[in-house]
Design a protein around this ligand. Sequence first.
Ligand code: DGL
Length: 278
Amino acid sequence: MKRIVSLTNNPIGVFDSGVGGLSVLKAMREQMPAENIIYFGDQEHVPYGARSMEEIQKFSEGITQFLLDKNSKLIVVACNTASAAALTYLRQRFLDVSFVGMEPAVKPAAEITKTGKVGVLATPATFQGALYASVVERFGTGVELFQDTCPGLVSRIEKGELDTDATRTILENALHPMLEKNIDTVVLGCTHYPFVIPLIQQIVGKDVRVIDPAPSVAKQAKRLLEADGMRSISDTKGNIQYFTSGDISVVESVLPKLLQEDITVQQVFWEDDRQIVA
Ligand code: DGL
């Protein structure tokens, strides 16, 4: 039995280790403009990619509780790393809550590749998790996958460095060897990476397809809300609240590069590994 949320105008809770989940939020905004959204960026702990599963589970639990305390009607884990490390854990821990998570888009990539060679960019924790292994097993048959963790890329994007030389070098180091192997498709397995699609496309050329999973995650969230009768019935644009556990001024300075809307950022703090206070 799912938790009954009587107010269709309750917000959707969305979280990521940092600003990456805003790529998913953007797609949600396009598909469901009337929904109110509460976004949590765990800038205090970003990047998640090199952390242990246990740590990511604790953070994800604390954030989920925070979003539920703010009456979220659905939780979108807009982070591949947190989905890989903690989605199963969260579903067991919060039995009556609906979650939407993410997995690297190997399935659509396998369907469209002509060379049979696909590059996947994601964090170490995502590649190590059982979720990725299961995606590869289910959908990767007959396709050769080339993986890279793009060290340092998440931190660059957190600083708003979407087209600096350093960001380009990280991407070239990941993509050039893949191009030599004749990939024709790149899967973005980290929600930060859609913000550097223009740079990626410059490096790989226009004939290589870059798959951003955000629109299908937003679609899944919409489908779930519709199935549960929880879509907003408002005819005005919903609001967005952004909470960060990190440095508010850094987040505020980066946001205009990532989103075309003005949103205010509110500060929260971790009290311990599982609890957040305003
Ligand atoms: N945005 C993230 C993801 O989708 C997390 C990156 C990180 O914090 O390492 O995997």
